[in-house]
Design a protein around this ligand. Sequence first.
Ligand code: NAG
Ligand code: NAG
Length: 353
Amino acid sequence: MDRPRCLVAMVLICLLSICHGRGLRVGHKNNGHVYNHTLAKILVEYASAVYMSDLTALFTWTCSRCTDLTEGFEVVELIVDVENCLQAYVGVAHDLNAVIVAFRGTQEHSIRNWIQDLFWKQLDLNYPDMPDAMVHHGFYSAYHNTTLRPGIVSAVQEARELYGDIPVMVTGHSMGGAMASFCALDLTVNYGIHNVQLMTFGQPRVGNAAFVSYFSKHVQNAVRVTNEHDIVPHLPPYYSYFPQKTYHHFPREVWVHNVGIGSLVYMIEKVCDGSGEDPSCSRSVSGNSVSDHLAYFGIEMQADTWGTCRIVFHGNMVQYQVDLAGNIVLSKRPGVSSVLQQSVEADKSRNAI
Ligand SMILES: *[C@@H]1O[C@H](CO)[C@@H](O)[C@H](O)[C@H]1NC(C)=O
Ligand SMILES: *[C@@H]1O[C@H](CO)[C@@H](O)[C@H](O)[C@H]1NC(C)=O
């Protein structure tokens, strides 16, 4: 090796060891899984598309956000819980060779009001069969106690019967990330799916420290992407002086933020520590931005129409079912009516109580 090249190599090695000395060992390993930037850029597009209100365009994957890195996606089922204003889909990404499950964030009248409410959310539900684990009842039941769960679980099972034991990637933004977390845990623990991956964007906290240790034991491949000063990951608040009573994030946070000045600005994706509450990640800044919540990796993360739970739907173009409560399931599966039958019966028994 001649001298200049040798020097360059030495400088490079030096730089690498300085930069990665601590980061690589502590930061990039996620129970053996590595944070994958390419995958994050793909999943953020799936989490953005689920906000679209034209159900027909979403179901046929022809919506304006159904392009770019998600092209060729095959929707298996699209579920709209009209009663609770929730939306999710299940499908197969053939290029990733994975099942994708995506949850929409809140559609409430004002995102600001929804965020304000998060300041006061209590840990108000014991997570079933898990002593001391407490979670936020509203987030929990948005997944567990609505039309979403039965539709998603059977669509995931159907996709895996068709395509084999392929990974299930669960994603969502904001409240959709909270629901995605409960879904990933549910698929792992209650349905025995061993290769569930979770990646959420700007999600709030969902449970306490006891819940987090249970969660992390089961959902080992979990990434929570946070962006700059996004306020939502700071909520409901974390009180370090009440360790038993406070909400606590699960690992692994990846904090995306820009550094530099003037024209020399570049994006950093910091892979945070295994605690879930790394003080050197998004917690090192004040969460004071709503606009940082509404765009991740430059992708718009909000509804195309705000305000109401508006949906656009050309029912004659696709196969669909509507239950007694007016909830809609668009499905490519022949057996979809049986799922709806279950949820209709669940509704009846609720009314009886
Ligand atoms: C990251 O994800 C992409 C898309 O799934 C995949 O093609 C690539 O191999 C992954 N990279 C690593 C290092 O796992
Ligand atoms: C499920 O929803 C019904 C009605 O919406 C409610 O009465 C019931 O308490 C809920 N159950 C749980 C565990 O949240």
